[in-house]
Ligand binder design. Structure first.
Ligand code: FES
Length: 120
């Protein structure tokens, strides 16, 4: 599947797409109706790999890519310290109407982490 890159700063969007055999995953629908999926491979308390999938707008893709990039390689505990504000500040030209996209992306990541934690 080929999908357009998110409207971000030119960072390759290598984390877009579904994962066949994740160790944890989550799906959420935002209040706008957009859907978000996160897939994780967690080993020894570290998120070794991440993928996300959404058919939402450019802001949704952009925020999910930013969250996935921050989560990849992080410990589970550090990933739980991520927050929408960090994404919004880093994506400085993200309009306020897109801030909820950052909330949806972070929320879906947290839900995937919860899926991991409940398997232990
Ligand atoms: Fe709703 Fe981005 S427009 S999550």
């Amino acid at each position: 599947m080929t999908a357009p890159s998110p409207a971000s700063s030119g960072t390759p969007d290598t984390l877009f797409g579904r994962m066949n055999d994740p160790s944890a995953s989550a799906f959420l629908k935002g209040p706008c109706g957009d859907e978000m999926e996160f897939y994780l491979v967690v080993r020894d308390g570290r998120i070794e790999d991440v993928r996300y999938y959404t058919e939402g707008c450019g802001s949704t893709r952009r925020c999910a890519a930013a969250v996935a990039q921050r989560a990849k390689g992080a410990t589970v505990l550090d990933a739980l310290a991520l927050n929408p504000r960090d994404v919004i500040v880093a994506e400085s030209d993200l309009p306020a109407a897109g801030w909820h996209c950052a909330i949806l992306a972070i929320s879906t990541l947290f839900r995937a982490i919860a899926d991991h934690l409940l398997q232990r």
